[in-house]
Design a protein around this ligand. Sequence first.
Ligand code: F6R
Length: 612
Amino acid sequence: MCGIIGILGKQDAVPHLVDGLRRLEYRGYDSAGIAVLNDHAIERRRAKGKLDNLAAEVDQHPISGQVGIGHTRWATHGVPSENNAHPHMTDKVAIVHNGIIENYLDLREELSEKTNGSVEFTSDTDTEVVAHMVGYYLDQGMSPKDAVTEVLPRLEGAFGFVMIFHGHEDLMVGARQGSPLAIGYGEGEMFFGSDALALAPLTRRICYLKEGDWAVITPEGADIMDMQGNPVEREIVQTAVSGATIGKGNYRHFMLKEIYEQPTVIGDTLTTVLNPASQTITMPPLPVNAKNITKVTATACGTAYYACMVAKYWVEQLARIPMETDIGSELRYRGTPLPEDGLALFVSQSGETMDTLESLRYARQEKQNILSVVNVPESTVARESDAVLLTQAGPEIGVASTKAFTTQLTILACMAIGLAKERGTLDAKREAELASALAEVPGRAAEVLNHDEHIAEIAKTISEARDIFYMGRGTAYPIALEGALKLKEISYIHAEGYAAGEMKHGPLALIEDDVPIIMIAPSDDLFDKTASNVQEMVARGGRVIFISDKKGIAKMRRMAEPAACIEMPDVDPFVAPILYSIPIQLLAYHVAVLKGTDVDQPRNLAKSVTVE
Ligand code: F6R
């Protein structure tokens, strides 16, 4: 969602604000803005659309100041427009905000009554009322800290915000409830940021605020308080996030670069748990003895949820533990009972997804043992878990998840092996086979990337389609769901993923001449059944793009001729979902390029979803 940066600096903050926003743009990109303090006033520049528009606006109408705040927006209340872009301000205070103030209409009414309607709102946002409320108390002569103390308890919903105050060049206030916010410690300078990525070029010394914390920063340091105003101590950590410029290199898009990074980052992830010499997997200690686990409940959103779905097959088959998967926005409200000695698993690239995080908190209330798989070690999900399995994907900037997904699958496959070993449901011979199959994945992934040009050709044949279907059985079923999601989010073509065996229960009615069907069919125990489904599609005129290994393709061709085939390496079916993710990512990518969409920043989406 929105990205926030605040700088209480010793030199002009404007270039650093714009640079910080560039690093945060993946979080939201419908508008952006900055505000700085100078001797006379708070000055602000805002622009609708991408950050380049704001940068151009700042070039044309320069401002400067050592103290400033910046924001990239993902609209919740009010259309993307300059008026609705943050910062919102009065003559005394400016605010940038991430999250949703749920009672903003009540607060607006209350403020209008108090001021006899003299407050003029210039945006449709939920945020602006906070600026006016703080402004109201400042007008009564209160200090910035006292004014914020009055307003904070009145705010319902989720927020991470930062405020600057006219006439107070030596302080800045930030608060966190439901949306992440960190303090950065420099030499005589202090910072706020919605994640460490924004602050990395400025400082590595970071303090992550906890839920309900708020802080007043001055050049000397930070006073951190809880919502009742009691001082609290929070640890300052050295973040591992790199301050290096995040660039696309020679790639046209971040997404393509991240697809191509997969052999490396899958290898990096495996290195943390797999010993190729002994062909063994050693997982870090779990929060519960695996032998006692009664059930695994896995929760995530979007692509990360599909990773959980694949893991369900692995955990149930290898470790023989019943596993349930749920999407975050459902589990948190479902009131589902979770059993004693249950393992609750949460999978999230960002570790900040609101629905996943709130489900984690629900599982905590239900006394579950909490394990998370995250890509950002300092994230809230990681910090609130009993144990963490890290993916080594590195920063993922393209909004469509690619390398995060395959590294999630990689670590989840290892987790399933680890659970099975501890429970005695996997012998050493099979462990060695699985470990060696996993060890081969980086090399096999590199081979799959060699099909890029062929996949780009296939993309031409489907880029004009209105609807596209993805199908598979077993672990290929969640990969079909992921393929459909990838295509729709970046190419805007309607796509559906189905379990291949489910087609005849309804969706088959949609298959007619030339409807593209992407069939994911590794040579596994279910291959023959999938091949029969292909025959059913071809018989109805469907244009099947068949993804399988050499043996599978040859067998298929003896039954029916697919419109196109993508030949995958011959691998143990256990690791197939990791590898078969790659051609569907490339296919979505090339279709999107042909459609001319904004591949890295697709419309209406944002990278880290910190609102409901
Ligand atoms: C799709 C995509 C999203 C995310 C989802 C969860 O390509 O990226 O579906 O997977 O928003 O995000 P995280 O993993 O950060 O919790």
